[in-house]
Write a protein that binds this ligand. Sequence first.
Ligand code: HPA
Length: 292
Amino acid sequence: MSAPAPTYVPAASDVEAAARYGADAARRAADAVRDRLGVRAPACAIVLGSGLGALADDVADARRVPYAEVPGFPETTVVGHAGSLVAGTLAGREVLLLAGRFHLYEGHPAALAAFPARVVHALGAPVLLLSNAAGGVRRTFAPGDLMVISDHLNLTGRNPLVGPQQPGDQRFPDLTAAYDPGLRRQLREAAAATGQAVQEGVYAGLLGPTYETPAEVRMLERLGADAVGMSTVPEAIVARAVGMRVAGVSCITNPAAGIAHEALDHAEVLEVGRQAAGRFRALVTAFVGKLE
Ligand code: HPA
């Protein structure tokens, strides 16, 4: 008996990944899901971070396609990430939800980690809202706090734009205001409208999959990070390169290593994410309602 054919063979290099997960592939993926999900003119696409997937339950008239059926998407492997693309309406606006993401620490190239951003761009979404679970580096942060991302530190050692320039991409994107100031204001207004405090700060994206050492967290503090996680940066970079407006929200699930002198645990990260999910859902729904 012959072994089953592998369904997913990792790209051998950044250059190969850039070609495999570039503009053409995004167009093919978008073509495959557009009719199937009935996507017309989405106001926003939203990437749901660890433990924050419940927002998908709030979407009216939801249509779903499993990631395994989106051309170019491998199946997700991380607990807490369902792996489906959902279209529907939230606060009366058409939205696309990406429930599940492709992390660098799974061995995926940065171009694949960012590929969903290309696909929702090809589906016509002008805005990308990225969410994630993150450790709190700023000492005043408490588990369950929501942080509007004002900027990021790309400490992954990777960049999804390495390789041949994709048609429609900027070669040297300006990241001065990567997290759109107007959208950040809308997130703060949405927080006020839903009666919740929201923090704002810098997200440091690391490769993972280890949590940081206390020395690394002290380093991150000195570098100007307020939160630390293992995602978001690749998608934000590609979204800016293709001209989308980007916003981000971190759910602070734990004090980063060494700050509270407690061991970190993925189950706890998911649980705090779930506890904060109600406030996250309210914040995002109010934010979407403010979009044009
Ligand atoms: N570090 C990195 N990623 C994370 C953390 C953390 O402390 N918490 C949730 N995701």
